[in-house]
Write a protein that binds this ligand. Structure first.
Ligand SMILES: COc1ccc(C(=O)NC2CCC2)cc1-c1cc(C(C)=O)n2cccnc12
Length: 121
C-alpha cells in the first residue's frame, strides 16, 4: 500500500479524506491500518477474496478511484465484514470490527453528514 505525495484534490477527495481520518481514529490498535497478511492470519488470502484496509482506502482516495461517498462506504463495510467473516465472534478482531462498523456508520448518518455533503457541490 503505497501513498504518493499530495496532488491537487477534488472536493469529494477532500471530504473522503476527512471521513477516513474519523474512521481511523476508531481503530486505535491499528488492526485495520494495513492489509492483513497470511503470516499474521493463516489462510487469510484463501478465505477473503476482496481484502480491504484503511491504507488501501487512502490510496484509492488519492488516486481518485471513488466516484461517490457510497463507493467509499462500500469499501469500509467490506473491510469490516471481511474481519467478521475470517475471525470467530469471540476474537478481539471480530469485536473490534463490529464496533468500528457501527461507529463508522453513525458518523456518516444523513443528520450528521450534512456538513460533509456541504463540502461536495
Ligand atoms: C493489520 O492487521 C493487524 C495488525 C496488527 C495486529 C496486532 O497488533 N495484533 C496484536 C494484538 C494481539 C496481537 C493485528 C492485525 C490483524 C488484523 C486482523 C483482521 C482485521 O482480521 N487480524 C486477523 C488475525 C490476526 N491479526 C489480525
Amino acid at each position: 500500500c503505497v501513498l504518493r505525495q499530495r496532488q491537487e484534490r477534488t472536493p469529494l477527495q477532500r471530504a473522503l479524506e476527512h471521513v477516513l481520518k474519523k474512521f481511523e481514529m476508531r481503530d486505535p490498535q491499528q488492526f485495520f491500518a494495513w492489509p492483513v497478511t497470511d503470516n499474521i492470519a493463516p489462510g487469510y488470502s484463501a478465505i477473503i477474496s476482496h481484502p480491504m484496509d484503511f491504507c488501501t482506502m487512502r490510496q484509492k482516495v488519492e488516486e481518485n478511484q471513488y466516484g461517490s461517498l457510497q463507493d467509499f462506504i462500500s469499501d469500509f463495510k467490506l473491510m469490516c465484514t471481511n474481519a467478521m467473516q475470517y475471525n470467530h465472534a469471540d476474537t478481539i478482531y471480530y469485536k473490534a470490527s463490529k464496533k468500528l462498523l457501527h461507529a463508522g456508520l453513525k458518523l456518516i448518518q444523513p443528520d450528521k453528514v450534512g456538513w460533509l455533503l456541504g463540502l461536495v457541490p
